[in-house]
Design a protein around this ligand. Structure first.
Ligand SMILES: [Zn+2]
Length: 211
């Protein structure tokens, strides 16, 4: 079946990553050192080592997600007593307090979104590695979703900051961000980098190859 679409790759063209100039991909053995004729930047038809880089970053983010959940996110001290709260115990605390809205925001930003991101990236990586041509449009959509949602994961850090500020203004207790906040910030940044290093065009290359 001949597709109605043609990619730059199929036409032997490559777009410069820096200045977006479209140039002819060199034929023969000089591909490794191909440079953009206009700005001199290195040319790549696809993001280099996309699959292994994405796996490495994803696994790092997943490992950091463990201390982010086990260690305390907030340290509250009141009348000389200090209470450490993890993400999960924080959610339970907000629910107990009747603050359903905050509980929901913390749950989506710190539990639901990161886990959904991990699972989607694992699925995309495996689908490309195992040469799947199944529903490429939907897989592209999943990719765009995690790309768009990435920056919102920082909402959780904001919630911590706001809680700290609220409690301090209320003079009820003294609150400080716990060590989990740092791990969580790394999880957010590294999983964003993992998403960036995945090349969604790989999904379509397989479709073109098999089509
Ligand atoms: Zn260029």
């Amino acid at each position: 079946m001949k597709s109605e679409f043609t990619s730059a790759f199929q036409r032997g063209l490559v777009s410069c990553g820096d200045c977006h100039l479209l140039s002819r991909w060199p034929q023969g053995g000089s591909k490794i050192n191909a440079i953009c004729p206009r700005c001199g930047s290195k040319l790549h038809q696809r993001k280099p080592n996309s699959i292994s880089r994405t796996w490495a970053l994803l696994l790092t983010a997943m490992m950091l997600y463990i201390p982010a959940n086990i260690l305390p996110m907030t340290l509250t001290s009141k009348f000389g007593k200090t209470q450490a709260d993890t993400i999960m115990s924080g959610i339970v605390y907000f629910i107990g307090n009747g603050s359903w809205g905050i509980a929901l925001v913390v749950f989506s930003a710190s539990i639901f979104v990161p886990l959904a991101k991990f699972l989607i990236l694992i699925y995309l990586l495996l689908s490309v590695q195992f040469n799947q041509v199944w529903r490429p449009r939907d897989r592209s959509l999943l990719y765009r979703a995690i790309e768009a949602i990435g920056r919102w994961s920082m909402v959780d850090i904001f919630v911590v900051t706001v809680t700290v500020a609220m409690v301090k203004l209320g003079l009820l207790a003294n609150v400080a961000a716990g060590p989990a906040a740092i791990y969580f910030a790394f999880v957010v940044v590294i999983s964003m980098l993992a998403t960036q290093s995945f090349d969604p065009r790989l999904i379509w290359d397989l479709v073109e190859e098999k089509g």
